[in-house]
Design a protein. Structure first.
Length: 252
């Protein structure tokens, strides 16, 4: 992939104004949903992407439940408070989104975004309850940087389940939810969504080449420094936008 490593200000704008920062995050969140929709994910209402509010940091934005992912606009986003109630915007939410995302955001004050949905390869791979191995370049993005939530609770009915997910995630960028699917986090919405798509492709490689030969520690670690950084996740998102979202207008 050959990502050019850049300083943070060269790939993610530095925004100090709270309202402008909120507008930026909401725009990127709507685009993230559209990317998932373009990949035909979430068609059964299964999945959610969150973005922490920059001012009320114990609140996060989601797409209102029932909005098709490929049609999400900024106006479709709702702000969810710590108790799982919508405090701004119109519409309701998938309660599982609060049960998963709020505890994860609480456990990881460093992240802005978390993403989870059921995918063609990530969900069946999760049933194997195995760590990803460095069998492809893409898989090296998760080398020593993902965890497994080994728990039979696939329907997260309250925040206790989400707290266990947050504890299992630790400081990693991603986690495999046993018998359920994938979840990624990021310091930006772009990074989070970019790595989610990369993780799904990594699971595809594992399902298609279950006996694939893994590369060694040194080579995997070296590749991670290129494809596993915050910047790399952000760059993934930019390519996804150019490829799948010809009209990036998501306002109204």
């Amino acid at each position: 992939m050959g990502y050019q490593l850049l300083d943070q200000h060269e790939y993610e704008p530095e925004i100090t104004d709270i309202e402008a920062q909120r507008a930026h995050r909401k725009t990127r969140l709507a685009l993230g949903y559209r990317i998932f929709g373009a990949l035909r994910w979430g068609a059964l209402g299964d999945g959610h992407i969150s973005a922490r509010d920059p001012e009320r940091t114990d609140h996060f934005w989601l797409a209102s439940y029932g909005t098709p992912f490929n049609a999400v606009t900024v106006d479709d986003l709702v702000l969810v408070g710590p108790e799982g109630k919508v405090v701004e915007g119109k519409g309701g939410i998938n309660q599982a989104a609060h049960n998963i995302h709020w505890p994860v955001h609480e456990a990881r004050p460093d992240i802005v975004s978390a993403a989870h949905t059921h995918t063609p390869y990530g969900t069946p791979y999760a049933a194997l309850v195995q760590r990803l191995r460095p069998i492809t370049q893409e898989s090296c993005a998760f080398y020593d940087d993902h965890e497994i939530f080994d728990d039979e609770e696939v329907d997260i009915i309250n925040t206790d389940g989400g707290k266990r997910i947050g504890a299992a995630l630790g400081g990693a960028k991603a986690i495999i939810l046993r018998n359920h699917g994938l979840l990624t986090v990021g310091h930006t919405v772009d990074e989070c969504v970019g790595f989610f798509v990369m993780m799904e492709r990594t699971c595809e490689a594992h399902m298609k080449a279950p006996d694939g030969k893994a590369i060694g520690h040194d080579a995997a670690s070296l590749a991670y420094q290129n494809v596993g950084t915050h910047r790399a996740g952000w760059h993934n998102f930019q390519w996804l936008l150019r490829t799948y979202i010809p009209d990036p207008t998501v306002v109204g």
